[in-house]
Design a protein around this ligand. Structure first.
Ligand code: FAD
Length: 461
């Protein structure tokens, strides 16, 4: 019997979505070959550039991804920006199926006056800075003020608060970049507010991250008991995670309230707190108009209840003084290529179970498929669903594999003609080894190289 030709699949993006999609296809198809293209020389997306440096256990998924990348039916091509170095159309010519897993490269903006003042940063840029994301390596955030305001009540907001307030000795042992560690060592920030438009029942962070913050040595939580009045009753029948999270906030608010009377303020040098039902209206400039000095907030009341509650301005305003504003109101995906449909309202690729609407052979997974929410496990499940759609379409002949495709054979020539030299997985492993070696002396798991040129030099490109 004649052997069916090998389906050639291409994945764009090497974050969790890209790797989990590849893994599932390779596991459930004996012949399929998967090529992963990545914009940066180095793989793993937000696992490397998003996940907080003091959460190394979260990064263990890298071991699974590495296993996938070493499969002889999988290849990694870093340093290739799809949409610029090679088009999606060209990939579709070279592969039977193309899966877009390129994440969310931008952030939502507040859309209020003063947003561009110096001292205002997006969470995405700030996180990118302390995690060594090349595009943010020169951010040099100004940490010379005492009070920082984080806009947002999600886990990313808590990550940032924790990094700003952690004892330096905690961070020293992590893979946080040397340059951000030095900046944090000089930081004057000792008070961090996390403000959200809605109430305690609508916070998006999870209990593990909140508990970590509450237990952070040398810091004191400042929660206003009045914000929690009546909530114990309100969550009685809520789903268990929401109930436990709310109970922890209430317990903390009451405890600290009692303690505050006895504890001298000076004994606790650093504080953080949650502010509810406050919607930013304007970032206020210093007298010289150069920097942020505060944010004017509209107080809100809630219409409706639970997750769908809406924050409506009451008409009352409040000014919150701060010298640093970090807006953590969400990441946002961008369109990649005119050939790919894009839902500009939701900033996702319109799809049905990962099949891009109206474009046979084109798929998507991860944050660009369902929006920038959800942890790695959520992204894994959704990527397995997309992989399943690809496998079904192979099985049912929707993807015609009788036509053989050249895969990287074709794309490699295109890239060469444009002067692009991809980075292979074994070359990444050299960069990896160099980073680990650099970190060793300082007792860090690695010292990330933040300049892509330096990465390329290291592997002789
Ligand atoms: P990404 O991880 O962003 O991967 C996308 C990849 O595509 C990137 O490598 C990018 O460089 C590449 N790419 C982009 N454009 C192109 C292009 N044009 N051509 C080629 N490649 C391209 N989850 C947890 O479970 N635990 C945590 O502790 C945790 N912490 C987080 C902290 C932060 C700050 C953030 C933002 C998220 C965190 N998450 C965490 C969530 C988790 O990171 C996401 O669920 C997951 O990374 C989404 O995967 P993705 O592959 O869709 O996107």
């Amino acid at each position: 019997s004649s052997r069916a030709p090998a389906p050639r699949i291409c994945v764009v993006g090497s974050g969790p979505a890209g790797f989990y999609t590849a893994q599932h296809i390779l596991k459930h198809h004996d012949l399929a070959q998967v090529d992963i293209y990545e914009k940066l020389p180095v793989p793993f997306g937000l696992v490397r550039f998003g996940v907080a440096p003091d959460h190394p256990e979260v990064k263990n998924v890298i071991n699974t991804f590495t296993h996938t990348a070493r499969s002889d039916r999988c290849a990694y091509y870093g340093n290739v920006t799809v949409g610029r170095d090679v088009t999606v159309g060209e990939l579709q010519q070279a592969y039977h199926a193309v899966v877009l897993s390129y994440g969310a490269e931008d952030n939502r903006v507040l859309g209020i006056p003063g947003e561009n003042l110096s001292g205002v940063y997006s969470a995405r840029a700030f996180v990118g800075w302390y995690n060594g994301l090349p595009e943010n390596r020169d951010l040099k955030p100004d940490l010379s003020c005492e009070t920082a305001l984080i806009l947002g009540h999600g886990n990313v907001a808590l990550d940032i608060a924790r990094i700003l307030l952690s004892p330096l000795d905690f961070l020293r042992k992590t893979d946080i970049t040397d340059c951000s560690l030095a900046a944090l060592a000089c930081s004057k920030v000792k008070r961090v507010w996390l403000a959200g438009r809605r109430g305690p029942l609508q916070v998006a962070f999870t209990i593990k991250e909140l508990r970590e913050m509450i237990n952070l040595p040398g810091t004191q939580p400042v929660l206003n008991p009045a914000d929690f009045t009546g909530l114990e009753n309100a969550v009685k029948d809520a789903p268990r995670p929401r109930k436990r999270l709310t109970e922890l906030m209430i317990k903390t608010a009451l405890e600290k309230h009692r303690e505050k009377a006895v504890m001298a303020q000076a004994a606790v040098p650093r504080q953080w707190g949650l502010k509810f039902q406050r919607s930013p209206q304007e970032v206020l400039p210093t007298a010289d108009g150069m920097r942020v000095r505060g944010v004017r907030m509209a107080l809100t009341r809630l219409e409706g209840s639970g997750d769908s509650a809406k924050a409506v301005p009451t008409g009352d305003m409040e000014e919150l003084e701060c010298g640093l504003v970090l807006s953590s109101i969400g990441y946002r995906s961008l369109p990649l290529d005119p050939a790919v449909p894009f839902d500009t309202q939701h900033s996702i690729i319109p799809n049905n179970l990962g099949r891009v609407m109206g474009v046979p052979g084109l798929y998507c997974s991860g944050w660009v498929k369902r929006g920038p929410v959800g942890v790695i496990i959520t992204t894994m499940n959704d990527s397995f669903d997309t992989a399943q759609s690809v496998l079904e379409d192979l099985q049912e002949g929707v993807l015609d594999v009788s036509v053989s495709k050249e895969g990287f054979g074709a794309v490699g020539s295109i890239l060469r003609s444009r002067g692009i030299r991809p980075v292979s997985f074994s070359e990444w492993e050299k960069i990896d080894a160099a980073e680990v070696a650099r970190g060793k002396a300082a007792g860090k798991p690695r010292e990330k190289i933040v300049d892509p040129q330096e990465m390329l030099q290291l592997i002789g490109h």
